[in-house]
Design a protein around this ligand. Structure first.
Ligand SMILES: [Ca+2]
Length: 111
C-alpha cells in the first residue's frame, strides 16, 4: 500500500496553496542531497532507510515517481507524482497506516 506512505504529500497537494507548493519543493530539495536537481535512487533509499522504510517499499515508491524510468526523479516528476497519487486515492481517506514515518520525515525537513 504505497499510497499510504505518500499521505503527507497528499495532504499538502490538497491545499494547493503556494505555500504548500514550496513545501513540496523544499521536500524535494531535502531528498536531493547533492543538489543535482534530481533525486537519485540511492538518495531516496538513504532517506527511506532513515525512516525505516524497507528498501522494497522504497523502490516501489520511487518507481511510481520516476515516470520516464531514467532512474532519477526530477522536481516535475516529484510534484506531478503527488498530484496523480492524490486523484487516485481521493476516496481512500480512511487508511492511516504507517503515517508516523512520514510525520517523522516532516520533522526532519522542518529543521
Ligand atoms: Ca525520471
Amino acid at each position: 500500500m504505497l499510497h499510504c506512505r505518500l499521505r503527507w504529500g497528499l495532504e499538502t497537494a490538497k491545499k494547493k496553496s503556494e505555500e504548500e507548493q514550496k513545501r513540496l519543493s523544499s521536500l524535494f530539495h531535502a531528498y536531493d542531497v547533492d543538489n543535482s536537481g534530481r533525486i537519485e535512487k540511492n538518495e531516496f533509499n538513504t532517506i527511506c532507510q532513515e525512516l525505516h522504510v524497507s528498501s522494497q517499499e522504497a523502490e516501489g515508491i520511487f518507481n511510481r515517481l520516476d515516470v520516464d524510468k531514467d532512474g532519477t526523479v526530477t522536481l516535475e516528476e516529484f510534484l506531478s507524482g503527488f498530484k496523480e497519487q492524490h486523484q487516485e486515492e481521493e476516496d481512500d481517506a480512511e487508511e492511516d497506516t504507517d503515517s508516523s514515518a512520514w510525520d517523522k520525515k516532516e520533522q526532519v525537513l522542518s529543521r
